[in-house]
Design a protein around this ligand. Structure first.
Ligand code: NAD
Length: 483
């Protein structure tokens, strides 16, 4: 491991062309390096470190040392550091946005949106109160339930929202007094490494560290005896491996996993009014979001009209390199994901499905997928039962309330779901029967830093954000005070 420089205290703009691990507030590289691919043109991105067990051991030692002092700092001190960090991220938003579009592929406007969310999360998470509950207070004694930091946390981040999902773990972890080591996805390491570099200016050595690596680094972290908690966001299949591996050292685990969100559109909606939001929630970020609408149940009375309007709306949106100003559909993020989506497209002829739009993936410079709408496929077709993570959405007909609720709930996933109707009572009634961690009426995928977020069933374990999310970075302690 070669140390490049110590950077604590710099006020200058960061350089966004070279990328290093951040261990104990020092930038370092590794003997072996690697790079990811720009998904819009398949050109190589810059080299990044491939961390070894030795790098991880060093980061864990530094985090354990840092924890001793950081956990004793005041909430005000920690809040001030996180708020200053937030301002610095905002000061660098133009560089972050360009870098995010280069590595992730999303259109520039969507990159700015993600960075805006990240700075909001950094600002608002430390405004919440870390709870201390008085369970009993009598002449004789007081019993207090308090929340104390866990130690060293590890953040394992996916490639779809690398900035927001890293920040959404860093802020609650360090605010509650923990140290954290962030592991970005090997497909999108760049913004997270720069976040770590920027963090050196606001946090003591060892409090926020970032390690880039290949597919071996995650398992090294989940089995490391010096890490106390893993907060993982990614697929359900990997989540199961993470949980199994964490069991060996009884780590605390939070799992934010995949989804197959249903949206139920009732027959009384104003189609033109809801279309922009419903459409965005199906296709934003080329549908590579855990909580996208992935099954669209439309009442049979308005089905044909809705399908036509939905297809027309989709046809008017442009695909291309995210740096072009008018693009809505960027590429999917990486070669493996592109292959997965291509494989799903083979089910269109194989299962005799009817595309209302698209249906074939044309050859292109990048990993571009033709936006596709499938017209009323069978409930058991793969496009309905699987999470595509690409711009292909099935429209399904319904007429009976009990039947559509049963179909919506007939999934191993339970992340989000929504009901769309002018009749709020009816929508509420349906919403309360849906099996998912978040349920929206006349919206989908609304999230906020002070509101917990997580999944039922195979979509996750525990919740992040909100006070619930702060508690997830703490051990509970019951203090019995005999007077
Ligand atoms: P993934 O599971 O392949 O990878 C996620 C992260 O885990 C990456 O950093 C990866 O390097 C790491 N990893 C891989 N194998 C590991 C192992 N054995 N042990 C430890 N870490 C390991 O997921 P992805 O393809 O990056 O992301 C897409 C998936 O993430 C989708 O299913 C999506 O729904 C889900 N997701 C969920 C949420 C949520 O909050 N619920 C948010 C975004 C994405």
């Amino acid at each position: 491991m070669a140390v490049i420089n110590g950077v604590n205290g710099h006020a200058a703009k960061l350089d966004f062309t070279t990328f290093y691990n951040v261990i104990n507030n020092e930038l370092s590289t590794t003997a072996r390096t690697r790079h990811s691919i720009n998904p819009a043109n398949r050109q190589p991105n810059p080299e990044v470190p491939v961390s070894t067990q030795e790098d991880l051991d060093k980061a864990v030692d530094c985090a354990r040392e840092a924890f001793k002092k950081w956990s004793k700092t005041s909430v005000e001190e920690r809040r001030a550091a996180i708020t200053a960090f937030s301002r610095a991220v905002d000061d660098h938003k133009d560089d972050f946005a360009k870098l995010l579009t280069m590595e992730q592929g999303k259109p520039l406007a969507q990159s700015y949106h993600e960075i805006g969310m990240a700075t909001e999360w950094l600002q608002k998470i430390p405004t919440m109160k870390i709870p201390e509950d008085i369970l009993e207070d009598t002449e004789d004694r007081q019993i207090i339930q308090r929340y104390v930091p866990l130690g060293v946390a590890c953040a394992i981040v996916p490639w779809n929202y690398p900035i927001l999902l890293a920040v959404g773990k860093i802020a609650p972890a360090v605010y509650t007094g923990n140290a954290i080591i962030v592991k970005p996805s090997p497909y999108t390491p760049y913004c997270d490494l720069k976040l770590g570099e920027l963090a050196t200016r606001f946090f003591p050595p060892g409090v926020v560290q970032v390690l880039s690596g290949d597919h071996d680094l995650g398992p090294m972290m989940t089995s490391h005896p010096g890490i106390d908690k893993v907060s993982f966001t990614g697929s359900s299949e990997t989540g199961k491996k993470v949980m199994a591996s964490c069991a060996g050292t009884l780590k605390r685990v939070t799992l934010e996993l995949g989804g197959n969100d249903p949206a139920i559109i009732c027959d009384d909606v104003d189609i033109d009014a809801i279309l922009p939001k419903v459409h965005a929630m199906c296709f934003y970020c080329s549908a590579q979001i855990c909580m996208m609408i992935k099954r669209l149940y439309v009442h049979e009375k308005i089905y044909d009209q809705f399908r036509e309007a939905f297809v027309k709306y989709t046809q008017n949106l442009k695909s291309g390199d995210g740096n072009q100003s008018d693009v809505f559909f960027g590429p999917v993020q990486n070669a493996e994901q592109f292959e997965r989506v291509k494989n799903l497209f083979t089910t269109i002829p194989a299962e005799g499905l009817k595309p209302a739009l698209g249906g074939k993936i044309e050859d292109s410079e990048g990993y571009f997928v033709t936006p596709t709408v499938i017209d009323n496929p069978p409930e058991k077709s793969r496009v309905v039962t699987e999470e595509p993570f690409g711009p292909i959405v099935p429209l399904l007909k319904w007429s009976d309330e009990d039947d559509v609720v049963a179909r919506a709930n007939d999934s191993k996933m339970g992340l989000g779901s929504s009901v769309w109707s002018k009749d709020i009572e009816r929508a509420n009634r349906i919403a309360k029967r849906l099996e998912s961690g978040s349920v929206w009426v006349n919206s989908h995928f609304d999230v906020a830093p002070c509101v917990p977020f997580g999944g039922h069933k195979w979509s996750g374990m525990g919740m992040e954000w909100g006070v619930t999310g702060l508690k997830a970075y703490c051990n509970q302690q019951i203090l019995w005070l005999k007077k």
